[in-house]
Write a protein that binds this ligand. Sequence first.
Ligand code: NAG
Ligand code: NAG
Ligand code: NAG
Ligand code: NAG
Ligand code: NAG
Ligand code: CA
Ligand code: CA
Ligand code: CA
Ligand code: CA
Length: 329
Amino acid sequence: MQLFCNLSLLVVIIVSSAVAAHFNISLEEEQQIGVPIIDLRKVLNLSTNPTKKTEFKILEQTLHVDRSSGLAPSSRVTDQTGWFKIEQSTGILSQTKRIDRDLLCGKVELCFIQIIFLPGLYMSVMHLDVYIKDLNDNSPCFPSPSIEINVSEDLEVNHEISLDRYKATDVDLGNNSMIQYTLLHHDVFFKARQYRDPVGHEHLSLVVSHILDYEQTKVHRMLLLASDMGTSSQSSSVPLLIHLIDENDNKPNFEKTLYDVYLSENTPPGEILTRVQASDRDSGDLGYVHYVIPASDQDRREGYPPVSVNETTGTVSLCEKLDYHVHNE
Ligand SMILES: *[C@@H]1O[C@H](CO)[C@@H](O)[C@H](O)[C@H]1NC(C)=O
Ligand SMILES: *[C@@H]1O[C@H](CO)[C@@H](O)[C@H](O)[C@H]1NC(C)=O
Ligand SMILES: *[C@@H]1O[C@H](CO)[C@@H](O)[C@H](O)[C@H]1NC(C)=O
Ligand SMILES: *[C@@H]1O[C@H](CO)[C@@H](O)[C@H](O)[C@H]1NC(C)=O
Ligand SMILES: *[C@@H]1O[C@H](CO)[C@@H](O)[C@H](O)[C@H]1NC(C)=O
Ligand SMILES: [Ca+2]
Ligand SMILES: [Ca+2]
Ligand SMILES: [Ca+2]
Ligand SMILES: [Ca+2]
């Protein structure tokens, strides 16, 4: 019974001393290697007398990525070579290799390296947690070197074109990775729109802000700028090209509103009387013009019209002998 009580007392002592021997510091990522960070002798109130040896010794260094607020499990990585060293005789802590927070901890806010060390012979083990703070050392990055999209010239004003698949990403944390988009060199036809949906996802789109016309401008060229909202904001940009797709939105137009031809009654059939010409502002097949003179089958049986038009060239020729009394007017 006596033995059991002593044992539990011992456990309590270990726990309380472990709590006391635990302290935190914070450090920005990407600090220079070898630069003194803290003097552990001062922190621990140890003698700074150089003749009194303290002999610091690191036992373990472990990276803690605390995802307790997210869905992914937290992780720990013990690196045998470590990120830090403690000068054995002076107790000065310094960095031995590059610490890139963005690479080590990604989007996880709580990111620290725990150093378990002995501050000297016959002293108890201590824990030093070095919290790694984010620096805005990355600019937003677009997934492709340029953005090219095809849109119909028929799109209506206020139509929205999603650019979500072209959004930039920034590997920093918090405001250092929040991105704001701006359209540079843009015209009146498009505006950028950025918004957060009810679920919290960020979206980027282009809004048509003026009637489009392929016949006027076939390609709209602008620059999409992404800037982060961190301290000393970083930004990058990509060319944004919008190719309009032609639609059949133009009617052929005749050069003249009336073609007037005077003939004598004895003009021989087959004679070319005039040539009609119409043009269509659309491109390709949409702008191809062919000519017909509309007439019913009944009309044709009765010899009307007495002229025919070449479908492709627009030349109008006489197809039968004229009779002044029948054909005038
Ligand atoms: C270390 O920092 C964390 C978070 O900032 C804090 O919750 C904890 O109390 C600190 N621990 C010590 C021993 O200062
Ligand atoms: C070191 O001494 C200072 C001032 O005497 C005291 O505030 C501090 O808590 C001490 N630190 C430790 C780790 O004992
Ligand atoms: C846009 O159209 C061109 C030519 O019609 C085509 O080569 C290209 O793949 C299209 N681009 C997209 C993003 O649809
Ligand atoms: C992040 O940016 C927002 C908007 O500019 C600002 O209100 C907020 O204080 C910033 N947060 C930090 C931690 O700087
Ligand atoms: C129309 O004119 C073209 C060029 O002169 C000719 O090749 C074609 O045969 C003509 N079409 C008809 C139906 O006469
Ligand atoms: Ca950034
Ligand atoms: Ca960073
Ligand atoms: Ca058109
Ligand atoms: Ca047309």
